[in-house]
Design a protein around this ligand. Structure first.
Ligand code: AMP
Length: 413
């Protein structure tokens, strides 16, 4: 069997050049499956999570088709729209489009909340080739006709299951209703709950389905340790661990935004340079924290699950689960922040008595029994509690909704 190569896709030379410069020598499985389908104009249903190379899997076919067909777009319109659940992920997707589209002369606009909208409106005024954004601000600009999508040829919904978790479905339905019937669409999701399958059915026309290993697999390169510990002793244990110089770049996960702030403050009090990263911070503050973490200025990022989605920083030596997540898939996602690009990594879990059911669920999902670094594993496993909604999500759900989308001619998907 011959191996798929990027050259075999027939990309424009500028795209091939950018792929070489980025060190992309061989397509990942999701790319090998989704790129030919995308280039052939087919819709794609991708079951894959961050880290599989899914961004390039949808970005490259769009760029290639745009390279071959350089249309000028009308004011405030876009030819491609990519929706992502978090600002960080949107930023990364936009960067990937810019990286591989360099030299194609395309106009890319990032439309996310947490920063002023005027700059975004100005960038839209001459029309865009590619818009990448989060649903709230996208609908906001659609409402004021500063973003018009009725001529959009390419639509991508990324991390659809997270969109559902975050309560973005009403916004997504509004966006989909305003898209033209004639378009190429792709939907990517790590999991396929019933509501996402239904959404995919309405959105995609005869899609090519590409599925990459489930969320349950943890890379073998990650050593997984657990400390059985009282909740009140976690703070000191974290400080003690972080004194070890092998923790060169660490992400500490808490379950709540308030918890992230508190732990970051406690670390700063112990003279450990740490920054919080969560959804209550403005976009500029989040981006600053991420940049400082990337540059090494900040050694420890204290993050919630939602803010951590899509963080792609190389050289994260350790992930500390200060509190275990109540959804076992979140654990897999968290520890995947380390051991990126073939490196090795260490995942540390702090488990107090109330968290034992979560630990059991995680070990059941991953099939890996964590190494006990301190404390004693209780002899009898307790029955797992039913997973609860993430506390930060519950808060979000009671927020009043934005007014209905009023602009544009709504069309059925
Ligand atoms: P993604 O799942 O799109 O977030 O990609 C995860 C990481 O893998 C990113 O840092 C990408 O730049 C990188 N990546 C994606 N595709 C390839 C490839 N074919 N070769 C090397 N690195 C890749």
């Amino acid at each position: 069997m011959t191996e798929t190569t990027f050259a075999s896709f027939g990309f424009a030379s500028t795209i091939m050049h950018a792929l070489n410069a980025a060190g992309f020598t061989k397509p990942t499985p999701i790319q090998a499956g989704a790129i030919p389908a995308g280039l052939a104009g087919r819709d794609v249903l991708g079951i894959a999570q961050t880290g599989t190379g899914k961004t390039a899997a949808f970005a490259l076919p769009i760029l290639q088709q745009m390279a071959a067909n350089k249309l000028h777009n009308r004011r405030f319109s876009t030819r491609a729209l990519i929706l992502a659940p978090t600002r960080e992920l949107a930023v990364q997707i936009e960067q990937e489009f810019k990286k591989f589209g360099a030299g194609l002369g395309l106009h890319t606009v990032l439309i996310v909340g947490g920063v002023g909208r005027m700059g975004q409106v100005n960038r839209m005024s001459r029309g865009a080739d590619i818009v990448v954004g989060t649903p709230g601000r996208i609908c906001d600009l659609m409402n004021t006709r500063n973003l018009i999508i009725d001529q959009c040829q390419f639509f991508v919904l990324d991390e659809a299951d997270r969109m559902l978790d975050l309560g973005f479905m009403p916004d997504i339905r509004k966006v989909v209703a305003a898209l033209p019937a004639r378009r190429q669409s792709a939907l990517f999701s790590a999991t396929m709950p019933a509501e996402i399958s239904k959404l995919a059915e309405g959105l995609l026309h005869d899609p090519v389905r590409v599925s990459i290993a489930a969320t349950s697999s943890t890379p073998v390169r990650i050593a997984q340790h657990v400390h059985f510990i009282d909740a009140g002793a976690k703070r000191q244990l974290l400080i003690d661990l972080l004194k070890d110089p092998s923790f060169t770049r660490a992400i500490v996960f808490t379950r709540t935004k308030r918890g992230a702030d508190k732990v970051a403050l406690q670390l700063n009090g112990a003279k450990i340079v740490a920054a919080p990263m969560h959804g209550n911070l403005g976009q500029n503050a989040r981006q600053r924290a991420l940049e400082a973490f990337k540059s090494g200025e900040v050694r420890v990022l204290v993050a919630t699950d939602l803010a951590a989605r899509g963080i792609d920083v190389t050289g994260v030596s350790h992930v500390v689960n200060y509190e275990l997540p109540n959804e076992p898939e979140s654990y897999v996602h968290r520890i995947g922040r380390t051991a990126r690009n073939g490196a090795e990594g260490v995942a540390v879990a702090f488990c107090d008595a109330t968290e034992l059911p979560y630990l059991n669920q995680i070990e059941k999902l991953t099939g890996v029994k964590m190494h006990v670094a301190s404390g004693t594993r209780p002899a009898h496993a307790q029955p797992a509690k039913k997973p609860q909604r993430h506390p930060d999500l519950v808060v979000r759900k009671v927020k009043p909704r934005r007014p209905q989308y009023a602009g544009g001619k709504a069309r059925a998907a």
